[in-house]
Design a protein around this ligand. Structure first.
Ligand SMILES: NC(=O)c1ccc[n+]([C@@H]2O[C@H](COP(=O)([O-])OP(=O)(O)OC[C@H]3O[C@@H](n4cnc5c(N)ncnc54)[C@H](OP(=O)(O)O)[C@@H]3O)[C@@H](O)[C@H]2O)c1
Length: 257
């Protein structure tokens, strides 16, 4: 039986770095890494860069339900042991609710929320004790962000889903870690929507992708349910828990508008 990792959003940014670190053995021995994103050529380049263990390139659009049927068929046919499921595929648009628009907002919910639900649902039957799920949420999932409302809400969904699923899986040896990073320099900011809103929020600063991924893998190995890689965002998360929402939004508006 093959022991595999599945990494979504692996054609770029955080997902790509997870594949790099898993290929270097940071997640333990693996027979294959299944890499998922839409851009096949980027996945093929990744497969050439990291030949061992072999990468299985799966060019799938995770906002489409048919992609999960395809993945499910493959899992049934190969019956692997899924050691790692790392859900990175996601995107966000900045700006006020109306300017982001219905199409982009619904697409965010489809990929960031439904996509993660479907991935967990298809992979869990192939996971056993010791297997790990990392769901990439965001600090915006804990500290709600006006002018990034749908994205922030989608990441709050991922954060809460991860914690509840982790609780349900207690006793199985399978754990779920919600990863809540701040900004990183990836493709995420290539088409941000409202540039001014994005620039203003990015004043909180950036984390290094390599460091975030290393900390996430270590947290998942330890079975931690939440990983907030940077200390300043741990403080922000604590403040968001303590402060009334109205006060929190007033502070955010003063800082970012
Ligand atoms: N960078 C940040 O500042 C930051 C901060 C906090 C959280 N995050 C989260 O981190 C995760 C990774 O983002 P990133 O920063 O690495 O950005 P990125 O470089 O833009 O990577 C996003 C990945 O998602 C994939 N993807 C997008 N739409 C997809 C779809 N419909 N089906 C399948 N794959 C799709 C992209 O591949 P294709 O285009 O090839 O499909 C790409 O591999 C996201 O969930 C994001 O919300 C990012």
């Amino acid at each position: 039986m093959k022991h595999i990792a599945i990494v979504t959003g692996s054609s770029s940014g955080v997902g790509r770095e997870f594949v790099a670190q898993l290929a270097k053995g940071l997640g333990g021995p693996l027979d294959e890494i299944w890499v998922i994103a839409r851009r096949e050529e980027e996945l093929q380049k990744l497969a050439q860069e990291y030949p061992t263990p072999p990468l299985r390139v799966l060019s799938l659009d995770l906002s489409k339900d048919s992609s999960f049927d395809e993945l499910e068929r493959l899992l049934v046919a190969e019956n692997p042991r899924v050691e790692w499921l790392i859900n990175c595929a996601g995107f966000g648009k900045f700006g006020d609710f109306q300017s982001v628009g219905r199409q982009a907002s619904v697409a965010m919910v489809a990929l960031n929320c439904a996509g993660v639900v479907s991935m967990c649902s298809v992979a869990l039957p192939y996971m056993r004790s010791g297997a790990r799920i990392i769901n990439v949420s965001s600090i915006a999932g804990i500290v709600p962000q006006p002018y990034l409302a749908v994205y922030s809400a989608s990441k709050a969904f991922v954060y809460e889903l991860s914690r509840m699923l982790n609780s349900e899986l207690k006793g199985t040896g399978i754990t779920v870690t919600a990863l809540c990073p701040k900004f990183m320099r990836t493709g995420f900011l290539n088409e941000p929507g409202d540039q001014q809103a994005a620039a203003s929020m990015c004043r909180i600063g950036f984390s290094e992708v390599e460091v975030v991924v290393r900390k996430a893998l270590a947290a998942a190995v330890l079975g931690r349910q939440i990983c907030i890689p940077s200390i300043d965002m741990r403080a922000a998360a604590l403040a968001a828990k303590i402060l009334p929402r109205r006060m929190l939004f007033a502070i955010e508006n003063a800082l970012f508008r």
